[in-house]
Design a binder for this molecule. Structure first.
Ligand code: 5RP
Length: 224
């Protein structure tokens, strides 16, 4: 029986095999955040002479990449990237994701928006029928926290401030419990319109293109 850590490692290795044909001297790789993304970063170091560098979705991932000798570029220096690889807190069969457990949702969404292909890596426990059992993170400007919380309550959610946490962008996170997200696209767009919301953790407008899910029986690849 493989542990969750083993499964994460397998997902990371599957992503490395997936991106290997895309590596060129000019290629810049988009890199996500989290424990699964960390394993991907560690493996990416084996290929570091075969691509130009990476754009990181968090300070944490940037530090890990730099420590392994991988050049970290500012997104403003990069017009295109062949692939972005990241984990998820939940993913459904349509490859909509709920992300942001690590608090990096805003930069993740921005970096992913520039990539041609979004590869989601996770262990099979992240695959769900309906998103929302994992609390939905919303990054908010601090001054708007209570105003956003009231709107979220009106939508049936229970917002909880992530205490003692500040995002890389200097903002706060509301983790919203109690949502059964039957329309991820609609809710993502609705929340984006609330003044003071920087980003919400639904990735449905820009969903994954490929999911590499590690199961006890091997890698399950999902595409839409
Ligand atoms: C960070 C994220 C991560 O992708 C998500 O939390 C999954 O993390 P892990 O691979 O540690 O389970 O969205 O903001």
């Amino acid at each position: 029986m493989l542990s969750q850590q083993d499964l994460k490692q397998q997902a990371a290795e599957a992503a490395l095999a997936y991106i290997e044909p895309l590596l060129t001297r000019e290629a810049v790789i988009g890199v996500g955040t989290g424990s699964t993304a960390d394993l991907f970063i560690d493996g990416l170091a084996r290929y570091k002479t075969r691509f130009r560098g990476a754009v990181a979705s968090s300070e944490r991932s940037a530090q890990r990449l730099t420590a392994l000798g991988i050049l970290v570029l500012d997104l403003n220096e990069v017009a295109t990237m062949p692939v972005y690889v990241d984990g998820a807190d939940e993913i459904n069969e349509q490859l909509h994701m709920l992300k942001g457990g690590g608090g990096a949702l805003t930069r993740e969404k921005i970096v992913a928006s520039v990539a041609q292909t979004f590869v989601c890596i996770a262990d099979e426990s992240k695959l769900v029928q309906t998103l929302g059992r994992f609390p939905l993170p919303i990054e908010v400007l601090p001054l708007a926290r209570e105003a956003v919380a009231r709107v979220v309550q009106g939508l049936g959610g229970v917002p909880v401030l992530r205490k003692g946490f500040t995002t890389d962008n200097g903002n706060q996170i509301l983790d919203v419990q109690g949502l059964s997200i039957v329309d991820p696209l609609g809710l993502e767009q609705r929340l984006n319109q609330v003044p003071g919301v920087v980003t919400n953790g639904l990735f449905a407008v820009r969903s994954a293109d490929v999911a590499l899910l590690a199961t006890q029986q091997g890698i399950r690849q999902l595409k839409v």
